[in-house]
Write a protein that binds this ligand. Structure first.
Ligand SMILES: [Ca+2]
Ligand SMILES: [Ca+2]
Ligand SMILES: [Ca+2]
Length: 203
């Protein structure tokens, strides 16, 4: 009986951990690109575009590894005194809620607080990392009304070549409440059947 309880508890735990980590439909930690590219032009396959200014790809192996241990990452204010709009797009299903997750750090070069405007579909938010802030994870949710391609973008405000740092961008679907309900119902049924089997054995 103890073993069964343990198995059910493990099943519950695994169901919840799996749900919490729904596989991302998009993710980029920027580590696959050659580091240290000022005024970075992302490869077409990456889907990233930079418009109305520039961003830098910095990090490991380069002269600007401001936060070592994070591989490559993006300085959202490039080297042309004009911070670019850094954007990508993802295909989303209407009526499903998605979470955009990303790590943002201060410019880590002076004490100036940066402001970064982030858009995910029609959801917008601003972040203001302090000069020496390390990478901090943020999330933003968006539920498209209809299926289609939606953009996610980052715009550092100002252009002094020292921008907020961006890493680990991902988009995942948020499991729907019905999914949880069905999983819980399934687990309840498993417990019921286990009890029944035990009673039948005892009889
Ligand atoms: Ca990285
Ligand atoms: Ca820069
Ligand atoms: Ca700045």
């Amino acid at each position: 009986m103890k073993l069964k309880s343990a198995i059910i508890a493990a099943a519950v735990a695994s169901v919840f951990s799996v749900s919490a980590q729904a596989a991302p439909i998009f993710s980029d930690n920027f580590d696959s690109y050659t580091a240290d590219q000022l005024n970075w032009i992302p490869p077409a396959l990456s889907g990233w575009t930079v418009s109305n200014g520039t961003v830098d790809l910095i990090g490991i192996g380069g002269g600007f590894d401001l936060l070592p241990g994070n591989g490559s990452y993006v300085d959202l204010d490039g080297s042309t005194s004009s911070s670019g709009l850094f954007s990508n797009s993802v295909n989303l299903v209407g009526g499903t809620t998605y979470t955009l997750s990303f790590d943002l750090a201060g410019n880590n070069r002076n004490s100036v607080t940066e402001t970064v405007n982030v858009n995910f579909g029609s959801t917008a938010a601003s972040y203001s990392p302090l000069g020496n802030d390390p990478f901090v994870n943020h999330t933003l949710n968006f539920t498209p009304g209809i299926s289609g391609s939606y953009s996610l973008s980052y715009q550092n405000v100002g252009g002094d070549n020292l921008g907020a740092l961006l890493d680990n961008v991902s988009v995942s679907a948020v499991p729907e409440p019905q999914t949880y309900a069905m999983l819980l119902a399934g687990l309840g049924l498993m417990g019921f059947m286990a009890r029944r089997r035990k009673q039948q054995q005892a009889a």
